[in-house]
Design a protein around this ligand. Structure first.
Ligand SMILES: NC(=O)c1ccc[n+]([C@@H]2O[C@H](COP(=O)([O-])OP(=O)(O)OC[C@H]3O[C@@H](n4cnc5c(N)ncnc54)[C@H](OP(=O)(O)O)[C@@H]3O)[C@@H](O)[C@H]2O)c1
Length: 392
């Protein structure tokens, strides 16, 4: 039995991880769970999986949790230090990083530092600190196994082949809900429209990232660090059916693609079973229903976030962390209905311009870039600052 800890166990990926584990009760033992504030769902998970340690974001959440479930035998810890304890528990052989955003950075890094295998959904951490994380994994012997469906597809197609055998990586994108929407109506996009993803059911932040195509930009950076391929050889294609999850074109012109239904349990199980394949009760693709597979290039003018991500990884250093921090702040402001949809790329571009890239020597440098970019983003997202830009 392998011990497993899950960061972000109450989220969309986290709950799918637990559903996946349910199919393999003899292979995994849940050691640690970390969540933020959804204590009702966490209480159900504690009652069912009996972890040794659980982490929540605040003392208030801990108190609420104890009202929902008997915590006897389960240590309850708090905040970032608590997540680190879950991520580094001695009985955990594998850590699923499925918290959303920068909050996962330090715990995921500490898991790698402790030599754990990390099954990674929390792409923001690799965007912020990809060089440091991959170096840590290399030095301590832990593996970074992608859960993101596109990177899982690339992982499967590459099957251990190195960047010298790759001509290009092709990341597919559904195109999000605004694939065919006219640019001059983007300012009128509502939160509900943006949260209505055409093919995947996911958490709110990644759903907005999918609508702006920033999600694909973050994935370009993620692919760069996971597979050692420079961004000039990572291409994005819009594929509205979301059946082809990504492709690799090798130097001899051969293209390998991975196809599957849109069910996160598929990439989750692959990451957890790797290098083996285990049977799953997930349906295959039904090719008999007159299926079409369409591909087209992305529209950079309507979706500038993608180009910003390419600029960030091309320049390197702190810029991807700055991009990520500004994006997290801008998406939160849009979800709170404080700013319109178009303010997201505008604010990110302004924050990047104000923060020329600097080298990242260690985690503290990353956290400092994150902090200062967030402070600048908060300024750029103030209603007065946006109104001034609209009228100028
Ligand atoms: N959803 C997908 O299908 C999918 C696919 C590929 C990649 N990803 C990536 O996977 C990650 C998770 O996405 P998701 O869709 O599962 O997000 P989600 O549904 O919003 O879940 C986020 C998780 O993070 C936890 N969290 C948030 N703030 C926290 C804090 N301050 N301290 C501790 N935990 C905190 C949440 O806990 P509470 O809810 O308890 O507050 C929740 O468990 C993201 O990086 C996303 O880009 C997701």
């Amino acid at each position: 039995m392998k011990g497993i800890s899950i960061l972000g166990s109450t989220g969309s990926v986290g709950t799918n991880v637990l559903r996946t584990l349910d199919a393999f009760p003899d292979r995994f033992r849940v050691v640690g769970l970390a969540a933020g504030s959804n204590v009702e769902r966490l209480a159900e998970q504690v009652a069912r999986y009996h972890p040794r340690v659980v982490s929540v974001a605040s003392a208030g959440a801990r108190d609420a949790l104890s009202r929902f479930v008997d915590l006897g035998g389960c240590r309850v810890v708090l905040g970032e230090a608590g997540m680190v304890e879950v991520a580094t528990h001695p009985e955990a052989g594998i850590v699923v990083a499925s918290a959303v955003g920068a909050v996962g950075l330090v715990p995921t890094f500490r898991a790698l530092e402790a030599g754990k295998d990390v099954a990674l959904a929390n792409k923001e951490t690799l965007v912020m600190a990809g060089a440091l994380m991959m170096a840590e994994a290399g030095a301590r012997g832990g593996r970074v196994l992608p859960i993101d469906s596109e990177h899982c597809a690339l992982h499967q197609c590459l099957d251990g082949r190195g960047p010298e055998e790759v001509r290009r990586l092709v990341l597919t994108a559904s195109g999000g809900p605004f694939r065919n929407r006219a640019k001059d109506t983007f300012d009128a996009i509502t939160r509900e429209e943006a949260l209505n993803h055409p093919t995947w059911s996911m958490g709110r932040k990644i759903t907005i990232d999918s609508a702006t195509l920033m999600n694909k930009g973050l994935e370009v950076i993620e692919a760069h660090w996971l597979f050692g391929v420079d961004e000039a050889r990572i291409e994005v294609l819009i594929h509205p059916q979301s059946i082809v999850h990504s492709m690799v074109e090798f130097v001899d012109g051969t293209v390998l693609a991975q196809l599957g239904v849109t069910d996160m349990r598929l990439p989750i199980q692959y990451a957890l079973s790797y290098p083996e394949r285990w049977p799953a009760a997930i349906p295959g693709v039904d090719f008999n229903r007159g299926m079409r597979l369409d591909f087209e290039g992305p529209d950079h003018e309507r979706f500038p976030c993608l180009g910003l991500a390419y600029r960030a990884i091309r320049a390197g250093g702190s810029w991807p962390a700055v991009l990520n921090a500004a994006n997290e702040e801008a998406v939160a402001a849009f979800l709170d209905e404080r700013v319109p949809f178009n303010a997201i790329p505008e604010a990110i571009a302004r924050v990047m311009e104000a923060h020329p890239p600097t080298p990242l020597r260690d985690l503290e440098d990353v956290l400092e870039a994150d902090r200062s970019a967030r402070a600048r983003a908060t300024e750029a997202l103030r209603p007065r600052s946006i109104a001034a830009r609209v009228s100028s």
